[in-house]
Design a protein around this ligand. Structure first.
Ligand code: AQP
Length: 337
């Protein structure tokens, strides 16, 4: 690696396609940041199994997520793009971090409370509870300087920093303290049918989610059916006009035009025009990404080869860090015969 800052980020393979929020909130930024940083992008499959999931679908979800990273512009020869479970140091470091994490501080993580509430708190797993320490391990293994995340992840990065500082002061200087790069609230995309809720891969209903891997005609139809309001004015107002504001955010992200300029351009025009332009912008961006991802998925052994090469690159950094951590906490090294 060079002298550039080290960047780490990831997404969970929790569906067979990424959605438009993942693209705007993560992939688009990752693609821009991979030039100025030594970037490491992970498909965090071990995070995906912290909630109920279908084991038969997971390998496919994992390959499809990796293919979509590449198709959207992540270069797996420049950046490192790998699957979390392929590098065992992640779970091994997570265990060490669990031993220095307070039960009380882990209990304060709001994402756990939200995700646990979705499935009934009694049914929530210990794995879901320990999600933040696995995430801290993902980040700390690579001497990460920057972690681009949505603002919902801010608390997890704070915990990661606390754990790194705690470990360093208890066992000696070991970890780099990472900084969060918090994506702007304007980069948050809401469900098209329920514009008060965040768009999610695992939304209860499919009708408000725009998938990167959907057929263009399906995508256009969904956008044309987006919920708006009874008013006729095209202006950004998240509180009063969540649907229209969401469409403006999407169009702004896909065209690089500011929301203010879009408001001026659409003055006096109807919602149909706005939806039409959003649909055109999304379809023309997603269509080549979808085709490229399908091409990559047509040759799974080549995709697996890329992931294997990248797992080796990741392991070459992670394994020495884990060995250092084991040494610092006093674990007796295994002698290889
Ligand atoms: N609606 C969104 N708007 C902006 N950014 C979003 N991200 C997700 N949804 C939106 C960003 O995409 C990345 C995905 O991270 P993840 O897969 O680990 O989990 P997530 O944030 O919980 O994403 P989903 O799509 O909602 O997945 P599920 O349904 O599995 O929980 C993050 O960088 C996130 O900020």
């Amino acid at each position: 690696m060079s002298s550039k800052p080290i960047l780490f980020s990831g997404m969970a393979p929790s569906a067979d396609s990424l959605q438009i929020g993942n693209y705007i909130g993560a992939l688009l930024q990752w693609k821009e940041m991979q030039q100025a940083n030594d970037a490491i992008f992970c498909v965090v499959d071990l995070h995906a199994i912290t909630v109920p999931q279908d084991p038969a679908g997971l390998p496919d979800h994992t390959r499809r997520t990796a293919a979509q990273y590449i198709a959207a512009g992540i270069d797996p020869t420049m950046s490192i793009l790998f699957v979390q479970s392929h590098v065992s140091a992640h779970t091994e470091l997570a265990w060490i971090l669990n031993t220095i994490t307070g039960f009380g501080e882990a209990s304060r993580m709001t994402q756990f409370k939200d995700k646990a509430a979705k499935q009934g708190t009694e049914a929530a797993s210990l794995g879901l509870f320990a999600y933040p320490t696995l995430m801290a391990a993902d980040i700390l293994l690579y001497d990460t300087n920057v972690v681009p995340v949505g603002d919902d992840q801010k608390q997890h990065i704070e915990l990661t920093r606390d754990l790194a500082n705690r470990f360093n002061s208890r066992f000696g200087e070991t970890f780099v303290i990472p900084e969060a790069i918090i994506m702007k609230e304007t980069a948050r995309i809401y469900d098209l049918q329920n514009p008060e809720s965040k768009m999610s891969k695992t939304s209860a209903s499919d009708s408000g989610v725009v998938w990167m891997m959907d057929e263009p005609s399906k995508t256009a139809k969904k956008i044309r059916s987006a919920v708006t309001d009874d008013d006729r004015e095209i202006r950004f107002d998240r509180g009063a006009k969540p649907g229209v504001s969401n469409l403006l955010t999407i169009l702004s992200a896909f065209t690089g035009t500011s929301v203010e300029l879009l408001e001026q351009r659409f003055a006096g025009r109807g919602y149909g025009d706005l939806k039409g332009e959003v649909a055109d912008a999304v379809v023309s961006t997603f269509e080549p990404i979808r085709s490229r991802a399908l091409e990559l998925l047509d040759d799974p052994s080549e995709l697996d080869r890329i992931l294997a090469v990248n797992a080796e690159r990741a392991e070459a950094i992670a394994q020495p860090m884990l060995a250092k951590v084991y040494d610092r906490v006093g674990l007796l090294p295994r002698v290889r015969r």
